[in-house]
Design a protein around this ligand. Structure first.
Ligand SMILES: Nc1ncnc2c1ncn2[C@@H]1O[C@H](COP(=O)(O)OP(=O)(O)OP(=O)(O)O)[C@@H](O)[C@H]1O
Ligand SMILES: O=P(O)(O)OC[C@H]1O[C@](O)(CO)[C@@H](O)[C@@H]1O
Ligand SMILES: [Mg+2]
Length: 431
């Protein structure tokens, strides 16, 4: 709604008839914006051998002129699942504020992830603009998070009992698999429920999106740890700093933090195999770095080099594999190696694990979260379900959930970005 302002007022708003503030249902966002002329172009993703241009698109996110729900009939719920991620509170806040602008009065938070649907001791949290006004000023989630929890059928039973017809699910690929199953179960039971995902992961491992919220902040925090490792290593005689960063199957945090810090000599990620020992191994390269420049910094993603470690055979409550500690292993092997060759080395290990995700969102993530939260609500009011909101080629769009979680997004070792990282570190192939 716009307030008409007198025509003599300079720069006046256009009238309601002239104002094109709504998204047309047929507006589309292209998934690919580069037309690769050859499969040999760096980073080319081709569908056929000739690399023919194929238009692929998703729906544009935003407010529609016609809405599917009557706001007074909506009971909306928000749930945050998986691990923490900077910006969760920003998204919760913006969803609540936008729902209120649509006129929704019944808004609740489900405590501690999907578990909150089944645990009788956990009660829903009433949410309003007043409750969420300042929550973005701190990290974490107002609602709490968890892994594991009830089955899909129990969750949908609970939705029915509570009379929830809009569910906003904030989480990573596991959470989205759950959201999609909830959506399918609601369809099966012919329930009119909109299930909308907002992808949350510092790992940035969700397909088709430019980036997920929390990733930028995590990278910013991670490069602080790298900076400390560099200062320690640089100030010691033959100092070696080892920094382990999160990244279960994708090395985006390690790669971007290495790039942004400009202080990393060796970046190791899950997507690129490496040897620690042997003539081309990391340890031999460290020896060379000590000889050439007196110190070295290694940045390793937690999922890297798992083939070098003993399988823990452990899984977390959600069924994710628990990894062995590659950071500790590299630290121990480095110490052993230099002792054996009789060269002094002062090895310092920094593991900032939870520090990079338990913090408040930075400005860039704050904006991303705000827009994603608004668009999640616009998507629900447009009548969508089983979708996720994301940024695609700088435009906000709605993605079908199965498309974005079919497998984790990985760093492409042939991509320009990984080559930029190698150019920055100057590291060889360790095989
Ligand atoms: N395939 C699945 N079907 C239904 N629910 C699932 C599935 N995978 C995971 N979940 C549920 O989703 C929730 C979150 O999953 P998970 O712990 O894997 O975190 P995530 O969303 O992937 O986030 P993170 O990036 O922090 O790992 C858990 O409560 C889990 O039980
Ligand atoms: O210790 P938790 O809470 O299981 O979380 C650790 C995992 O969370 C993640 O950050 C994903 O969000 C992974 O990189 C990491 O393996
Ligand atoms: Mg996951």
């Amino acid at each position: 709604m716009r307030t008409p302002i007198g025509k003599d007022f300079p720069g006046h708003y256009s009238s309601d008839e002239e104002w094109h503030g709504y998204i047309n249902n047929n507006d589309r966002v292209l998934l690919k914006t580069i037309n690769y002329s050859s499969p040999k172009s760096a980073g080319a993703e081709c569908i056929d051998p000739n690399c023919t241009w194929v238009e692929q698109w998703v729906h544009r996110a935003g407010p529609r002129e016609k809405i599917y729900y009557k706001p007074e009939e909506v009971k909306a719920a928000i749930v945050t699942c998986g691990g923490l991620c900077p910006g969760l509170n920003d998204v919760i806040r913006q969803i609540v504020i936008t729902l209120e602008i649509y006129g929704v009065k019944k808004i609740v938070g489900i405590p501690f992830g999907y578990r909150g649907f089944s645990d009788q001791e956990l009660t829903e949290v009433p949410l309003s603009r007043k409750v969420v006004q300042n929550i973005h000023l701190s990290g974490g989630s107002l609602l709490g998070v968890s892994r594991g929890g009830p089955g899909v059928s129990d969750i949908v039973d609970s939705l029915e009992e509570r009379g929830i017809n809009m569910l906003f699910v904030l989480g990573g690929n596991g959470t989205h698999a759950g959201a999609n199953a909830i959506h399918n179960e609601c369809c099966k039971r012919r329930l009119k429920v909109s299930v909308i995902g907002v992808p949350k992961t510092i790992d940035n491992d969700i397909l088709l999106m430019d980036k997920t919220f929390g990733f930028d902040t995590a990278v910013e925090e991670a490069q602080r740890a790298i900076n400390s490792a560099y200062i320690e290593a640089h100030s010691a005689y033959h100092g070696i700093g080892v920094v382990k960063l999160m990244g279960r199957s994708s090395g985006f945090i390690a790669m971007q933090a290495s790039l942004s810090s400009g202080q990393v000599d060796v970046c190791l990620i899950p997507e690129v195999p490496f040897n620690l020992h042997g003539p081309h191994g990391v340890l031999r390269h460290l020896q060379h770095l000590l000889e050439m420049k007196g110190s070295a910094v290694i940045c390793v993603a937690e999922g890297a080099g798992q083939n070098l470690l003993q399988n823990t055979n452990a899984k977390d409550a959600s069924g994710n594999v628990v990894f062995g500690d590659i950071g500790v292993y590299i630290q121990q092997e480095t110490k052993k190696y230099f002792k054996e060759i009789g060269v002094h080395a002062d090895v310092k290990y920094i593991d900032p694990t939870y520090m990079i995700r338990a913090c408040r969102a930075n400005a860039s993530d704050g904006i991303l979260c705000t827009v994603l939260g608004q668009n999640a609500v616009h998507g629900a009011f447009a009548g969508y379900s089983g979708i996720s909101v994301g940024l695609c080629n700088t435009h906000y769009a709605y993605f079908p959930i199965p498309e974005v979680i079919s497998h984790p997004r990985l760093v492409d070792p042939n991509s320009r970005m990984w080559h930029r990282c190698l150019t920055s570190t100057g590291q060889p192939d360790f095989i």
